[in-house]
Design a protein around this ligand. Sequence first.
Ligand SMILES: [Mn+2]
Length: 336
Amino acid sequence: MKEEDIKGIQELLVSPKKIAIIPHRSPDGDAMGSTLGLYHLLKKLGHDAVVIAPNEFPEFLAWLPESEKVLVYEKDKTNVTAVLQQAELVFTLDFNALHRTGEMENVLSKLTVPFIMVDHHQKPDNYAVYTYSDTNFGSTCEMIYNLILFLGHKNLIDKTIASCLYTGIVTDSGSFRFPSTTSMTHRVVAELLDIGVENGDIHNALFDNNSYHRLQLLGRALQNMKVLPEYKTSYIKLTQQELDEFHYVKGDTEGIVNYGLTIRGIIFTAIFIENKEEGIIKISFRSQGKFDVNQFARDYFNGGGHINAAGGKSTLSLDETIKQFESILSKQNFNV
Ligand SMILES: [Mn+2]
């Protein structure tokens, strides 16, 4: 981070302020961990902080300290809009384009107060007065840890803040196995453990909380998997009917996409999930090595993300979307 940006943020935080902290829509462990971690720090500094999620966060994150105080825009648009309009400062964490907040973009884009962005995705928009954006980081939570140090508040990191930050680091790194995991990541985690993070309990809370239905849905998803060895590609599809059959609740399909990469020789995988309510097919892409799914998602499926993990969507039917996907594969170079 630039010295003058750190100074600028310090100046903004010098007197108590009403601060809104925003994760992206359909927030994940990193989005909720970073926003709540920063929230607890700002409260300790005497600010009137609030986390405002565009929509509901998944159940497996409900143990995060004070997640019950998170406001959900799409559940209560009128009141939450009023809260947003009173904010004197806005942090946007773990995303870099306001459309990632869905409908909430309409409110955010009209605010005139300063925005601060902390994020690790590619190609940030320039809506923020201070932008801390770096794709070398595996998680926004690791960047928030750095930001707290830059601001001179390391001594304020307690077990609560550390647990929030640990959550984003562990979820966004695939439990420390993605290549974005650095020696610095492990050093930060070591510090967080010294502060008292109960890593075993957090792993249990995050990963050992399947419902019976979710595992059955996973079983169906795996049976639906197609493998295209000539393109080193696999993909999974799930219809709305299948989601209904297994009593789908939000978060149930989280992580299923990753199974496609665990097949020997596969470097590219996708999951296509039909969403009748929104009238779209939601797509997640994963890759190993240099095959750039961020570019792929941007080029063909109205999305984006990171080089090895990205999302997109399609307004075609599920079958047509998959047909389109398969036809694009022949144009890709998988010998990267
Ligand atoms: Mn992230």
